[in-house]
Design a protein around this ligand. Structure first.
Ligand code: ZN
Length: 478
């Protein structure tokens, strides 16, 4: 007797879509068989006329985020519970180093908040905020611990997390030597700071000016610079939340020249534009990089289908409207940045991508499940329906539609970035390590059942994303 049989669905596997009538057999938290499995099971979920996909992996979330003197309501419990309702079975957050302190202190702090509360499994990136010799020496320990991905900020000077160019070069070198993957939040700080000061001097506090303070070249210049530094270091590079056609062009050029770089974009850069900032609730839509033009959106969708962008995440950091509004009328940099979205990537992108004819179901799974798992070193345990992998999967009735709003979403945030949008794709069942944690659309997972999953990068697997290990591509490192 096995634990669970998901019977007769249309299953997306690494080999493609198994059209219909495919069973997924689950036992001991793992997938044990695919195809026709006539085993008796303790629980059977009827998936006939349903889609069965891997649970989504969100490679970029900030849960219980407390920058800007406010805390996001999506803490580790509520955020991961809402994520599960939205079909997400793994999130990857950012342990952020306090400058001058050990990185492992940040890891311990993040784990002590996540472990008691996480409903789904999680991994971590490390946001690295200095390049002292102590920090550089600690990188190998962090990689060995199971955190192979490091994020550097080229902006947020006043938050004490920005790195200078020499530090970025050093970190790229050392992370690469240790077998990790350096990454960047790319925005040019001096230009943005000058623009903010210019608008402040004229009393231009409206959200509209947030996008004008950080036009597309602010992102593209920083991408260009860090691409060059990574090249000098012979290091691969992960570009977080790419938002512009101009930045994308640089990524394309670097990839065409053989540089090991991959890019992520987010749900909101594909589906919302800077016009949102001009709405009465425009302050809610302040995030960094800012929302862009419809032409940028079009370029990003194209990049999703042709492979220039490898994954989609949410950059979940949803502050309540009240916290955003409180900062209105003062400096634009003081307004909490970020959008709530960890629950909504699946329905929004399924609807606009798969139903909208822009993405095949297979490509949707690569972008939202498989590739995020690869980039975070969680594949093949996560991100795929295959024997031996964790039984993280979702069952979707593609005909069921929901109108999104603050009242229909499960995230305890008091506004919805997609208010009024009609979507399909919410899963009827979410299975995480073999447990049904969303049962007929109702969340029933236990607080704290989620576990930390150590990440180990598999460079041969990453080569399918154009991220060949430069040590091998270039021969012996200089
Ligand atoms: Zn982020």
């Amino acid at each position: 007797m096995i634990d669970l049989l998901v019977r007769g669905g249309c299953v997306v596997t690494p080999a493609g879509v198994v059209k219909a009538g495919c069973d997924v057999a689950v036992d001991g938290g793992r997938i044990v068989a695919l195809g026709r499995a006539d085993q008796p099971a303790r629980r059977t979920v009827d998936a006939s006329s349903m889609l069965v996909l891997p649970g989504l992996v969100d490679a970029h979330v900030h849960l219980g985020c407390s920058s800007w003197d406010a805390v996001t309501p999506n803490d580790w419990y509520h955020g991961t519970a809402a994520a599960a309702v939205g079909g997400v079975t793994t999130v990857v957050d950012f342990a952020t180093q306090t400058r001058g302190r050990l990185m492992m202190e940040a890891v311990d702090a993040w784990r002590s908040r996540a472990d008691p509360d996480a409903v789904i499994d999680y991994g971590l990136h490390l946001s690295i905020t200095d390049a002292s010799s102590a920090t550089l020496d600690e990188i190998s320990r962090v990689v060995d611990y199971g955190i192979p991905t490091f994020k550097m900020f080229t902006i947020y000077r006043s938050h004490g997390i920005m790195l200078e160019d020499d530090q970025i070069l050093e970190v790229c070198r050392r992370v690469h030597e240790c077998g990790g993957l350096p990454g960047v939040h790319a925005e040019n700080a001096p230009i943005a700071e000058r623009n903010y000061a210019r608008f402040a001097a004229k009393g231009l506090w409206q959200p509209h000016y947030h996008a004008l303070a950080k036009p597309d070249y602010v992102e593209a210049e920083a991408i260009n610079r860090v691409l060059f530094l990574a090249r000098v270091a012979s290091a691969p590079l992960y570009i977080y939340h790419l938002s512009t056609a101009l930045g994308l062009e640089l990524v394309r050029r670097a990839r065409a020249a053989g540089q090991a770089v991959l890019a992520e974009t987010c749900t909101h850069y594909l589906t919302l534009s800077a016009d949102c900032l001009d709405r009465p609730d425009g302050v809610n839509y302040i995030c960094s990089p800012p929302l862009r033009s419809v032409a940028d959106q079009r370029a990003l969708w194209q990049a999703l289908s042709d492979g220039a962008v490898a994954l989609v995440s949410t950059d979940e950091a949803g502050y309540n409207a009240a916290d955003k509004a409180r900062a209105l009328g003062g400096p634009l940099e003081a307004i909490p940045n970020g959008l709530p979205g960890v629950e909504l990537r699946l329905p929004v992108l399924y609807t606009q991508g798969v139903e909208g004819g822009r993405l095949s179901l297979e490509r949707f799974v690569e972008l939202n499940c498989t590739n995020p798992a690869r980039v975070c070193g969680l594949y093949p345990r996560k991100g795929v329906i295959a024997p031996g992998s964790d039984a993280d999967l979702i069952v979707i009735d593609p005909g069921r539609r929901v109108r999104l709003g603050a009242d229909t979403q499960h995230m305890p945030v008091d506004w919805c970035a997609y208010d009024g949008l009609e979507v399909a794709g919410y899963p009827q069942y979410t299975v995480a390590r073999g447990q049904v944690i969303v049962d007929d659309y109702v969340f029933c997972g236990a607080r704290g059942r989620g576990e930390f999953v150590p990440g180990r990068l598999d460079w041969s697997g990453l080569s399918s994303l154009g991220l060949t290990d430069p040590r091998k591509a270039d021969g012996p490192a200089a």
